[in-house]
Design a protein around this ligand. Structure first.
Ligand SMILES: NC(=O)c1ccc[n+]([C@@H]2O[C@H](COP(=O)([O-])OP(=O)(O)OC[C@H]3O[C@@H](n4cnc5c(N)ncnc54)[C@H](OP(=O)(O)O)[C@@H]3O)[C@@H](O)[C@H]2O)c1
Length: 342
C-alpha cells in the first residue's frame, strides 16, 4: 500500500513530506527512506533514451511516469512491522533491483533486504556513489570470475576504463584484496587512475593493448567492441582465466526484436562466444548488476577501513538532474557524478 502511495507521489513535482504518507503496512518488509543523495550511472541516461524499455517496463509493472535512479542513500523514515534490522533514523545505502520507481526523488520505499547501514565516516553524497558500481563489480569479479574476496594475491587483473565509475571502484577493491591491477584510460586521466592504486596504467589513446603480455588471470571489460578480441588474447590460456564484459547486447536485442527473439538471440550469441573461448581454456562471461547485501556489507567494511575511497567528480542538486546527466555523458568525468537531495 505504502509503495503504491509513493509511486503515485514520487512523480509529483511538489515536495513530498513524510508526515503526509501512511505508515508502512505490517505485511511488508519495506523501509521508507528519506533520500539524501543518489548518483548517476550510465544505465540511467541510457534508460532515459529508451534503452531496456521492454525489460524494465515489465519489471516495474508500469510504463510512465518513470523516475530513474539506482543508488539509494538516506535516512530511514518509517519501517514495516517485519523489518527487524533497521529503525527510524538509521542511515542506509543500497542499490535495489529495479522494481517500481527509482531514486531521483525525495522519498523511496525499498525492501529492507537491500539495505546496509551507511559507513559513519562517509557523507551521504560519497556513500551514494558506491552501491550500484560496487555490486556490479562484485557480480563480475566474484560471481563470474570466481575471485575470492580478500585472497587475490598472485592474480593479475586487467580493468578497462579505470577512470569510470565501475573501473575506479574495481581497481580499489582488487588492490584491497591483494591483486596486481593493470588499467586503461585516456591520457588526461592517467595520473588519477594511478592514484587509485593501479600497478600499471595504460593510456589507450597512445598505446595498443595488443602488444601487452598474455598473462592475465581476469579481464573486466567496461568498454567492449574491439576491446573484446584484444582482451581475450591477453588472458592466460588453459589456466582458468576469465573474461567478463559489462557491455552486453541483451537489453538492446530485446528492445529491437522483442522478449523471446531478443533473449534467444542473445543466449545463442553468448553460447557461441563461450564455446569459442573454451577452445583456449578461457571462461567467457557477460556481467550484470545484481543487488547483493552481503557484498555491500563487505564493501562497507573496506570503506570503514578507508581501503576504498569514493571517487565523486562532481555533485549536482536534485533540481539540476538534466545538467548532471549531461555532465555524466560528457566524457570528462573521473569516477562518479553524485546528486544531493535536500
Ligand atoms: N551490464 C550491467 O549490468 C552493467 C552495469 C553497470 C555498468 N554497465 C556498463 O559498463 C560500462 C561502464 O560503466 P561505468 O559506470 O564505469 O561508465 P563510465 O563511468 O561512463 O566510465 C566509462 C569509462 O570508459 C572509459 N573508456 C572509454 N573508451 C575506452 C577505451 N577504448 N579503453 C579504455 N577505457 C575507455 C572512459 O575513460 P576515459 O574517460 O578515460 O576515456 C570512461 O571513464 C557502461 O557501458 C555501462 O553501461 C553495465
Amino acid at each position: 500500500m505504502l509503495a503504491m502511495v509513493i509511486k503515485r507521489y514520487g512523480a509529483a513535482k511538489d515536495v513530498l513530506h513524510a508526515e503526509h504518507i501512511a505508515k508502512p503496512s505490517a505485511k511488508v518488509d519495506e523501509v521508507l527512506v528519506r533520500l539524501k543523495a543518489t548518483s548517476v550511472n550510465p544505465i540511467e541516461y541510457k534508460m532515459r533514451a529508451g534503452y531496456g524499455r521492454k525489460v524494465f517496463t515489465k519489471k516495474r509493472g508500469f510504463e510512465f511516469p518513470v523516475i530513474l535512479g539506482n543508488d539509494v542513500c538516506g535516512v530511514v523514515e518509517a519501517v514495516g512491522k517485519k523489518v527487524l534490522d533497521f529503525q527510524v533514523g538509521d542511515e542506509i545505502f543500497a542499490a535495489p533491483e529495479v522494481n517500481g520507481q527509482g531514486s531521483y526523488s525525495e522519498y523511496r520505499v525499498i525492501k529492507s533486504i537491500y539495505c546496509v547501514k551507511k559507513p559513519d565516516t562517509l557523507s551521504f553524497v560519497d556513500a551514494a556513489s558506491i552501491p550500484y558500481v560496487a555490486m556490479t563489480a562484485w557480480a563480475c569479479l566474484v560471481t563470474r570470475a570466481k575471485l575470492r574476496p580478500g585472497h587475490c594475491a598472485g592474480k593479475k587483473v586487467l580493468v578497462h576504463g579505470g577512470s569510470g565509475g565501475i573501473g575506479s571502484f574495481a581497481i580499489q577493491l582488487l588492490k584491497a584484496w591483494g591483486a596486481h591491477v593493470t588499467t586503461t584510460c585516456s591520457t588526461k586521466k592517467i595520473e588519477r587512475a594511478r592514484a587509485l592504486g593501479a600497478d600499471c596504467v595504460i593510456d589507450y589513446q597512445q598505446e595498443d593493448i595488443s602488444h601487452m603480455t598474455s598473462d592475465f588471470d581476469v579481464v573486466l571489460d567496461t568498454v567492449g567492441g574491439a576491446n573484446e578480441q584484444k582482451s581475450l588474447h591477453l588472458l592466460k590460456k588453459h589456466s582458468n582465466a576469465h573474461y567478463v564484459s559489462l557491455v552486453i547486447p541483451v537489453l538492446s536485442a530485446i528492445d529491437n526484436s522483442g522478449l523471446l527473439k531478443g533473449a534467444i538471440g542473445s543466449a545463442i550469441t553468448l553460447m557461441r562466444k563461450k564455446r569459442a573461448c573454451k577452445k583456449n581454456g578461457i571462461h567467457y562471461h557477460w556481467g550484470m548488476f545484481k543487488s547483493n547485501k552481503d557484498a555491500l556489507k563487505a564493501v562497507k567494511d573496506l570503506l570503514d577501513k578507508h581501503e576504498i575511497k569514493p571517487v565523486v567528480d562532481k555533485t549536482f542538486p536534485l533540481d539540476q538532474l538534466a545538467e548532471a546527466h549531461n555532465y555524466a555523458e560528457s566524457g570528462n568525468v573521473f569516477g562518479k557524478v553524485a546528486i544531493e537531495i535536500h
